[in-house]
Design a binder for this molecule. Sequence first.
Ligand code: ADP
Length: 217
Amino acid sequence: MNPHDASNPVQPATAKPRFSVGLTGGIGSGKSTVADMFAERGAAVIDTDVIARQLTNPGGIAIEAIRARFGDAFIDASGAMDRELMRARVFSDPTAKQQLEAILHPLIRAETANAGERAAGSYLIFAVPLLVESGNWKQRVGRILVVDCDEQVQLQRVMQRSALTEPQVRAIMATQATRQQRLQAADDVIVNDGELAALLPQVERLHALYEAFGRSL
Ligand code: ADP
């Protein structure tokens, strides 16, 4: 069989399918905390927020498209996107928001897939804050894992770690899926309402499950 024939269903050895999990949760639910715990156990964690940020850092691959669309004013002296200015712009102008997303989303998607192919690890975890709200993640991952917590706990955690006020955090939460919507999308749930120690057995159980799924592919 010709390996270059597009109709050939056999993937090259480097593109072996990997078992993957989409990890999500509302702001302050504990996604990053949980992602770190899986990474410590050998999962390859790919954070789409980190990827999105890299695209708009100095020399990032989205910079020239942003400059062409929005003008030099939106690129700061270091060569990065001026995040404050862009935040203000897209907040007040839905068309600008769509234009920015049209630049960033395909790049995030491609870079995320590349990172997944390059990553070592027994399986992949894609950490995606807006997994339920965006795109077709359900078709792209084997399982969806939701970190769930009470909204009051979420509020308190975010206020503790940042300078945001309660109305500001509530405004962010209002742009995200509801707790119910996330739970409906979940194959697996980690409850993070209490002590950090309570996460351990939940992470251990799911890590064993995901390793088993990874081996069975
Ligand atoms: P997310 O990535 O979902 O926004 P983080 O993992 O960053 O959430 O957690 C938000 C904040 O709450 C962090 O400062 C984290 O250390 C803290 N945190 C997370 N889970 C717990 C917990 N069970 N007990 C106490 N603090 C926690």
